[in-house]
Write a protein of this length. Structure first.
Lengths: 531, 918
């Protein structure tokens, strides 16, 4: 039977010494501030009822790793034995995996730093230039495991065949082994003792299992003080996910421009169908949309760590929405070019379909960011898609306002705008209302709550009112739909920028079970009856 | 300057080396070397379970690569060109050749030695200070032989000794059960009450592993301390306690057992009656009542209602009540009181009377822990002690008492230390848990001899107790004139007179006396020549800024220097020694210090993995060169032959001695040590040279577990534990008081009060409040306690200048600033990361607020020792230090010559931006 490598971590053994952290740094030559393995110092409760514990974290080598399918190049892969690996030479540094990981396990380093400010001789010898600008993470020391197996050693038993952190653990808190082997130390531990996985509810089936009780320290369920909003609003709390920095405004630009561009194609096609704007106008609009989409793609290209490897993005259409996005956008441009030469209803339709596919791919790219609770919520695909349609309608209204549009040219646009504004606004409201129950952390929610009035009133309600007013105002005032359009485009850009760069806190850590130890009400039960 | 050649791996190897950066070492590691460049550290897993830690090294060892390649290293010998010394003066060091450096130092040695062994005050002209709880010995090669060749050296200028160590535990532990360091018999212990003992940060890999194994099998620990430490985090329960009131908690536990419960039913009666002095009768003057003929202490035998010498056949020793008996009391200075028909009580009755007022309710008022919990802890302790059960160890049946009481640094240090150590030992005696499987053990001796074999140091002495090398206080033998500046032989009888005693004496007093000379005392003088190695007293002492000023006043300082630091800033000569990965030495491996009970013993090596990083020299070569140039070669070589390298090179069984007339290279010296050491270890069966150790790393032979326990050794030789009643301490204290008063010394009177046979509790925190008042300040202005805690990443490592250590230490709370309770912070208007200034009546320190729940609202805590102003990298960390706040004070020094890391402070919001969130 193929092995399934994994670890157990006993939180009643771990003393937070960071020997695993530093042993990993040595074994894997990681650069300053990069820690594939680290130990969090966690405190819960309020004095005089306090508990402190140390939590070993890092790549969980999930059985269902969310980082693998999102990788557009195949650089991140899962081996038959469960190890989730990285091929630095194939990675383009798009960071899809980093935002997909709900365990903060991935890092991208773009600027090389040296521990003493300047390079030392030793750093020269342990340098890994291939890791610059690409994703990196814990490999469970797969080369130690592989080489060890080849040498006839037993991973988890022989230190040289065991991940450095587990071998180095001075408290025997981290154990490594084969979960498919019932005789392995890890299998025995999880069969003898209760354990939990971090964020098992996400369906990742992580292969680090945490042991939490001893004969004198029973387990307990987390209580309100462990998980309340106040505790999880403290950015210094290591259980709180930090704001992601993998995708910045450059990445956001792709969603902004892509959404509005694709939405414009769809709105234009509707206008073509309903208002009969004609081939020439349609082609003009396609050109504008194509330019907008291209600008968005250019921005995202600026963001990736290994720009010359960008073409590799097409390698994983079977799982990666980013690869599919490229195919979709390719289809759109091919259709648009063909439409230029042979304008007609079929190719117009094809461009619209391709734009819709492209928009859908974008929607799924963000939604696949499982590591960012504000992105992975169920409403996100519909919301992003609807917003794209709305922004496209809005942009079309702006273009029409400036173009010399015959009165019937507006036909259907106000209805379309109003409809998409209602849909987007409603979905945004759902997003807000359900944010807490969907697990969006307090720090992200605070950002969303702060911008919500602007987004909903300015980006959805006001355009809705203006589109509605335009419907009933005769003759059409160019100003009303024009303003509606400006607001929808600005509103969409604004909220996407916020959601991608400001409300994008990474998934924090949570314990399904805690050891019952600490002061006051957390103290372990007494061995004797109270006097 | 920093020209880095391109990488070209042609050769890759792994070398075995020991890490002994902390007192819990040595541990074994492998250094990976590519083309002569040390690239990575890994543990030497080969040793496996032969090492009680199972093989791995701790986090600190991994800093050694960056330590080696630190660009801030002193790159060649340097001499000072600015005669003005002080923090504010740039020393203007200029590079010199090794020849010039060694000649200069040798000439100074010669000049000083030629002026006579002592100065006008009778103090040695040469002084030397080492840091890190004795760890420098594991790195200084044959330098001890050079020191020995000097003849007369003052080792009493502390760098934090007494302040940063388990001081009272060291001295009283050695007195009571040869326990310089105490440890639970962790592999067997089930229940530990820990008063601030931070073993999961400072207990080394063996301690961490054993306690983790213990917890996994159900060992329960209750942690009593003001802040929830790393170790407290792993405890089953944390009981927050007001700083310095631990003795109250401990006394309440004894009260619970002796007064509230039926102690006869729950205590280990045979142990108390036959293995301690509990049944010894105490006379009306407070001394043991003795047989007038043989002067042996008397025990009242209830079987025939007769008082008999302690070593007679006694069927039923009386433990309580009073008895009318005859005998004599041997008082101070040979004064005898002969009694006929006098009322005497067993020491145990004295104990019961003594402990009666210390109820849990009393303790609750004192220490702020709940009386109910104290009762429960006492009951748990009794329940877990398994009184009456036995266990077989290597074929011998011994009492099995799986309980222990651990004391932290500030708990057993300074005022209150005697009380806590006494009470802890008393608790262990009540259940018969001293030096038996599962109970409290000592791991090594430093004040008694022989140092290598703890059990052999337990020689039968007077009164049925172990012999103890008290410094004399009798009229004829008392050393009136201190022979070194900290006067340990004059002031502190219990510290003995071993090579370790100077460091265990009042090692901060020389710094204080240089500023405030005491009355009726030899004039404090500065050493003409001062060596410092692996130490930074200008950072690690109490009132470190003031100690830096004193260091600046020393006329000639030779600093073995790795990077510029706050102490070598005042040096005249800097000698860059080869550091951990660059030098050669063989050291003993096993049975020492913290949690290091081994089932093997042997030797291990540190060898040069790299060379040429800077122009440094091996300590052994430096010592040899200085000896040669100062004309001390024969004495120096003789010292090596006599064992200054760790093993005697010449004895009845073998002769690997060096020719004493010539200088020997480092390899030759350690080759001889290797042969002698392996010969001694294997009784000549496997004699190997240094090359064997370079290849294999270590050599081990079995060591019996039975020798972990002193109890069977004492039992076989008819010795008893000297507890509860401290007659010898009373006698020495009374005599010492007379001696000091005879010469007019009154300034040690407060310390003299501590010499009580049963240590009375005093409200110890008040001493620190009083200190504020004495400084002319209002105690209300200093409303908080400031304390410290160890950090595994830093403690003893001298690694504050190593970025990778800082990076990983940042993951552990407190390495970013001052830990302060959230409610207290709120009241002070502080949030996480705010700049803060802490002020005591002595000084101030700056840092950033680290807001936590796991600390008492009346307490703030600073981890480790920082506040660097010179050491590169470390000075940019902006970390505060308790050492900048704590006073050097006679009033805060206890009778054992130590104080505590504690003071009253106020916290105010500082200026500048908030610390950036990580």
């Amino acid at each position: 039977m193929t092995a399934r490598w994994g670890m157990t971590v006993d939180v009643n053994r771990c003393v937070g010494c960071q020997t695993c952290t530093v042993a990993c740094k040595h074994a894997n030559d990681t650069v300053p501030h990069v820690q594939w393995r680290r130990v969090l110092d966690v405190e819960t409760g309020k004095y005089p009822d306090v508990e402190r514990l140390f939590l070993v974290v890092g790549c969980q080598h999930c059985a269902e790793p969310p980082c693998v399918p999102v990788c557009p190049t195949g650089a991140t892969a899962q081996r038959a034995d469960g190890l989730v690996t990285m091929d630095y030479d194939t990675c383009i540094g798009c960071a899809s995996c980093a935002v997909a990981c709900p365990y903060q396990a991935r890092t991208l380093v773009h600027d090389r730093e040296w521990y003493y400010g300047t390079e030392t001789l030793q750093e020269r010898y342990v340098d890994h230039p291939e890791r610059m600008g690409v994703a990196q993470k814990c490999t469970f020391c797969n080369t130690r495991v592989d080489d060890g197996l080849e040498a006839g050693l037993k991973p988890g038993i022989d230190p040289d065949a065991t991940p450095a952190c587990a071998a180095a653990c001075i408290a025997d808190a981290i154990k490594f082994g084969d979960f498919n082997d019932p005789e392995s130390i890890v299998s025995k531990l999880v069969s003898e003792k209760p354990s939990f996985q971090i964020h098992a509810e996400l369906g990742t089936d992580p292969q680090i299992k945490y042991l939490y009780d001893t004969p004198t320290v029973p387990g307990r369920d987390p209580d309100a003080a462990d998980t309340d909003d106040e505790a999880l609003s403290d950015p210094e709390n290591p259980m709180v996910g930090p704001l992601q920095t993998f995708w910045d405004m450059r990445a956001a630009m792709n969603f902004i421009m892509g959404g509005v561009g694709a939405g414009l194609v769809i709105a234009a096609y509707l206008s073509y169908l309903i208002a009969g704007i004609g081939d020439e106008a349609m082609l003009g609009l396609l050109m504008i949309a194509g330019l907008i989409i291209a600008v968005g793609l250019f921005f995202v290209w600026l963001k990736i760590g290994r720009k010359l490897r960008a073409p590799l993005v097409i390698l994983r259409p079977n799982t990666s929405w980013m690869s599919r996005e490229v195919y979709a956008v390719g289809l759109f441009y091919l259709a648009a070019i063909a439409d230029w030469f042979w304008p007609g209803a079929v190719l117009h339709l094809l461009t619209a379909v391709a734009a819709a596919l492209f928009l859908y791919c974008q929607v799924r790219i963000l939604h696949a960011g499982m590591g960012i609770p504000a992105w992975r919520v169920p409403v996100m695909p519909a919301l992003l898609f609807a917003s794209g349609l709305l922004e496209g309608a809005g942009l079309l209204a702006v273009i029409y306002a400036f173009a010399d549009m015959p009165a019937n040219g507006w036909a259907g646009l106000f209805e379309w705008g109003a409809l998409t504004a209602v849909a987007t606004g409603a979905l945004w409201l759902v997003y807000l209302v359900k944010a807490k129950s969907w697990g969006i952390p307090p720090l992200s929610r605070a950002v969303l709550n702060r911008v919500a009035p602007w987004v909903i009133l300015g980006g959805h309600a006001a355009p809705l009112a203006l589109f509605a007013a335009a419907l009933f105002a005769q003759p059409v005032s160019l100003f009303i739909p024009g303003l509606a359009g400006v607001l929808t485009v600005a509103g969409g850009a604004f909220w996407k920028a916020v959601v991608i760069t400001r409300a994008a806190h990474q998934q924090g850590f949570a314990l399904a079970k805690m050891p019952r130890r600490g002061s006051g009400r957390y103290a372990a039960p007494s061995l004797v009856e109270a006097a | 300057m920093n020209v880095i050649p391109p990488k070209k791996t042609t050769e890759k190897k792994k070398l075995p080396i020991f890490c002994n950066q902390c007192v819990a070492g040595p541990d074994l590691m492998m250094v990976e070397v590519e083309d002569g460049i040390a690239t990575r550290i890994d543990s030497n897993y080969k040793i496996g379970d032969a090492h009680p830690g199972g093989g791995p090294v701790c986090v600190k060892a991994f800093g050694l690569i960056q330590k080696t390649y630190n660009p801030n290293r002193i790159k060649q010998p340097m001499k000072r060109t600015n005669p003005k010394k002080g923090r504010e003066h740039d020393p203007d060091f200029v590079p010199i050749s090794w020849d010039e450096a060694l000649d200069t130092v040798a000439a100074k040695i010669r000049e000083v030695m030629d002026s006579g062994p002592t100065d006008e005050s009778g103090f040695p002209r040469i002084a030397a200070t080492f840091g890190g709880g004795g760890t420098p010995t594991q790195y200084m090669g044959t330098f001890p032989a050079l020191l020995r060749a000097f003849g007369n050296v003052d080792f009493g200028f502390g760098a934090g000794q007494g302040v940063k160590c388990y001081h009272s535990e060291h001295v009283y532990g050695e007195l009571w059960h040869r326990a310089f360091i105490l440890t639970p018999d962790t592999p067997l212990t089930d229940y530990i009450i820990s008063f601030g003992h931070n073993g999961d940060a400072s207990g080394g890999v063996a301690g961490v592993k054993r306690h983790a194994d213990g917890r996994a099998r159900g060992l329960k620990r209750v942690q009593v301390e003001p802040h929830l430490s790393v170790t407290g985090a792993l405890a089953a329960e944390w009981i927050p306690i007001k700083p310095k009131t631990d003795a109250a908690f401990l006394y309440a536990l004894i009260h619970r057992i002796l007064i509230e419960r039926d102690w006869r039913a729950i205590c280990d009666m045979p142990f108390l009656q036959f293995d301690t002095s509990a049944p010894y009768l105490v006379g009306p003057n407070g001394y043991f009542l003795r047989d007038p003929e043989n002067r042996k202490p008397l025990i009242y035998d209830l079987a025939d209602e007769t008082a008999k010498p302690f070593d007679a056949e006694i069927a039923d020793p009386a433990m309580e009540g009073t008895f009318t008996v005859s005998g004599l009391e041997a008082g101070p200075d040979g004064e005898d009181w002969t009694h006929t028909g006098v009322v005497a009580a067993p020491a145990h009755q004295k104990l019961i009377d003594f402990i009666r007022p210390y109820s849990p309710e009393w303790a609750e008022r004192e220490c702020d822990a709940s009386a109910a919990r104290m009762r429960q802890v006492a009951d748990e302790f009794i329940a877990a002690a398994r009184v009456g059960e036995t266990i077989e160890i290597e074929g011998r049946t011994l009492p099995y008492r799986p309980v222990a009481v651990m004391l932290g640094k500030t708990v057993n240090n300074g005022w209150g230390g005697y009380n806590t150590c006494w009470a802890r030992t008393q608790l262990m005696c009540l259940v018969g848990g001293l030096e038996v499987p599962g109970g409290m053990l000592g791991t090594m001796v430093k004040l008694n001899r022989p140092a290598q074999e703890r059990y052999l140091s337990a020689k039968p002495g007077e009164d049925g107790f172990m012999e103890y090398p008290f410094n004399a206080t009798s009229k004829n033998e008392w050393q009136r004139n201190p022979h070194i500046r900290n006067a340990y032989r004059t002031l502190v009888p219990i510290v003995g007179n071993s090579p370790w005693s100077p460091a265990l004496g009042p090692a901060h007093l020389p710094w204080l006396f240089l500023k405030e000379p005491p009355d009726h005392w030899p004039k404090p003088t500065r050493p003409d020549l001062w060596f410092c190695y692996r130490t930074n007293p200008a950072i690690s002492s109490w009132n470190a800024p003031e100690v830096a000023e004193r260091v600046a006043e020393f006329p000639f300082t030779v600093a073995f220097a790795y990077v510029p630091d706050e102490t070598n800033h005042m040096a005249d000569i800097l000698l860059p020694e080869a550091t951990d990965l660059e030098s050669l030495q063989l050291i003993p491996l096993s049975n020492k210090s913290v949690e290091q009970m081994w089932t093997a013993r042997g030797w291990t090596i540190r060898q040069p993995a790299v060379g040429g990083v800077v122009d440094c020299k091996d300590m052994t070569d430096i010592a040899t060169e200085l000896a040669k140039r100062a004309g001390l070669l024969e004495k120096y070589n003789e010292g090596i032959n006599r064992g200054a390298g760790g093993a005697r090179l010449v004895c009845d069984d073998y002769d690997y001695g060096l020719d004493e007339s010539v200088a020997h290279p480092v390899e030759e010296i350690w080759d001889r040590v290797a042969k002698a050491a392996s010969h001694e270890l294997t009784h000549g069966e496997q004699v190997v040279g240094i090359d064997w150790f370079k290849e294999n790393g270590y050599m081990l032979r079995p060591f019996p577990q039975l020798l972990w326990y002193l109890y069977p050794y004492l039992k076989d030789r008819g010795m008893r534990f000297e507890h509860p009643y401290q007659e010898r301490i009373l006698r020495h204290g009374t005599q010492l008081a007379r001696r000091l008063h005879e010469i007019g010394v009154q300034w040690w009177d407060r310390q003299l009060e501590e010499y009580e046979p049963l240590p009375t509790y005093k409200p110890f925190p008040d001493l620190w409040i009083e200190h504020v008042r004495d400084a002319g300040k209002d105690p209300d202005d200093y409303p908080l306690w400031a304390i410290t805690a160890r950090s595994m990443q830093y403690s003893w490592g001298a690694n504050a200048g190593i970025p990778m250590i800082n990076e990983v230490a940042q993951n552990v709370t407190g390495h970013k600033g001052v830990i302060i309770n959230r409610q207290t912070a709120k009241k002070l208007g502080l949030v996480e990361g705010d700049p803060v200034v802490l002020e005591s009546v002595t000084g101030q320190t700056k840092g950033y607020a680290v807001v936590r729940e796991g600390i008492r609202p009346d307490t703030v805590l600073m981890i480790g020792q920082f506040d660097h102003w010179k050491m590169p990298y470390a000075k940019d960390l902006k970390l505060p230090s308790l050492n900048s706040l704590t006073p050097l004070s006679l009033n805060l020094t206890d009778a054992s010559g130590s104080g505590a890391d504690l003071c009253r402070v106020r916290v105010i919001k500082g200026e500048g931006p908030r610390r950036q969130s990580s």
